[in-house]
Design a protein around this ligand. Sequence first.
Ligand SMILES: [Zn+2]
Length: 173
Amino acid sequence: MKKSLILLFILFLFFSNPITSQEVSIDGRLKPYLDNFFELCDQYDISYNEKLFVLKKIAIVDTLNTSSHGSTLGMLQRDKYQKVENIVVNWMAMLDQEILKIVAFHEFGHYFLEYDQHVCQDCGIIMSVVNTSYFDIANDWENQVKILFEQSPAYRKKINSTIISVAQNFPQN
Ligand SMILES: [Zn+2]
């Protein structure tokens, strides 16, 4: 009896706890933007699967700071070990689909493209600290996406490693 219980327990652990991935909860309202973002990652050959599957959720929430002096439109939430566990967007961003897309791309950029810092205070690109004109960014979208990806730490790291490996194949002696 005991033995079979232990076996059952081991089987339970085996099937209930796949080591490779957990279920990531993705808000349906952000899903189209995430899909679009991943298509771009594919184009730029930036991997995202591993990063995606360690997250708990990508969600729209009503718990972020909202005030007339300035609201937090999105953020990465970290666990006690400082590891990112959630990507959240303020419900306020939903007032306009273009703003929602820009805020989503900004947060995805922080996480998947490894922007640890903002590029500037308010210089009219997706990775600014604030954007006084979301409208300008929305109207310049293709170019904005190009800047976001080509200047990202993740992409630069990739390019640099390619340059190094080419240099190794063609040493200049
Ligand atoms: Zn930011």
